[in-house]
Design a protein around this ligand. Sequence first.
Ligand code: SIN
Ligand code: CO
Length: 391
Amino acid sequence: MDVTQTLALLGGLTPQQFMRRHWQKKPLLVRQAIPGFTPLLDRRELFGLAAQPQVESRLVQQQAKGWRMKQGPFGPRSLPALSSPAWTLLVQGVDLHDARAHALLQNFRFVPDARLDDLMISFATAGGGVGPHFDSYDVFLLQASGRRRWKIGRQKDLSLQDGVPLKILQNFEPEEEFVLEAGDMLYLPPRYAHDGLAEPCVGADGKANDCMTYSIGFRAPAKTELASELLQRLADFAGDGADGPDGRQLLYRDASQPATPTPAEVPSSLLEFAQKAVHDALKDPLALACVLGEYMTEPKASVWFDEALDDWAPRHPAGLCLDPRSRMMYDADHVFLNGESYRARGGDAALMQRLADQRVLTAAELRRASPAALALLADWHAAGWLMRASA
Ligand code: SIN
Ligand code: CO
């Protein structure tokens, strides 16, 4: 994507300007970000996804007794009636299950893939909403159909209501209010408070127009969680090799330990051993980058790949494309795909980097691939991570 080209999606800003002025800093309201936008999935298709056990979905209702939240899946008759007001169905990770939703996310790839999370779709009857709250992550809220009234504010007091099954702000003080129509979009940085209510809305045919909002959500690793995950992986990485002379794990040895009158005291030589173990785990200059890439490309927990259905055809005129659920990234020394890392250099690295950025390789690009690159692509195809592109 040319990040210096103005985009209607960003209200006439270039991705470069958007990232500089708004990303993680301040909201942006874009009227007709996608002119004439209509829902990618109709209500029936969305409810169909919410009925599947591998799809994460939630039902939120605001009733006289207070907020209620239920986890899916929701079978055909387990959602409230469409005529019943103020309920919301939230369906997470729609891009993993629907090619059109996956394609929509491609418009947001001016942000690194390592930050992109998923597309959540909400369906609400009039008056439906999930209450005033803040999210920890950046989000683009794209109105897909119907109308939603958003109240937003830089809330200082982030205290939450007690005893509710959702995160609801105790003292929400909105500063701005907008009604979004289909095609309009609102970007909110992390921790910016918001409350969206579905407006009653009648379509041209006189029927109630569904309020559907698409949340293009981002993820950001938490520092301690990342440290704990990477240290674990680094230890495994360092432990993969033969530490000890016989190829076994090197054990702590204390042949010179004197008899101790203070048995509860941690021996200082054990601390030195621990220090060396941690130091050695970080010694390989590529190790941290390697485990970071593997971690960032781990497929979502709900994803599993089926072995290839189509024949391996690297000469296919339409080329090859990544499965929408595949996560592929790279750094200067590695290519990462679905939690695996590969050292790559020269022409092969450039080819794999192109596959990661474009998510497709054309037939012409494949013709220039080396036998080693083709063998790797064949393995990925067999694993179901890669498939023949549709012409
Ligand atoms: C919704 O679509 O109803 C909620 C989205 C959000 O507030 O993050
Ligand atoms: Co939110």
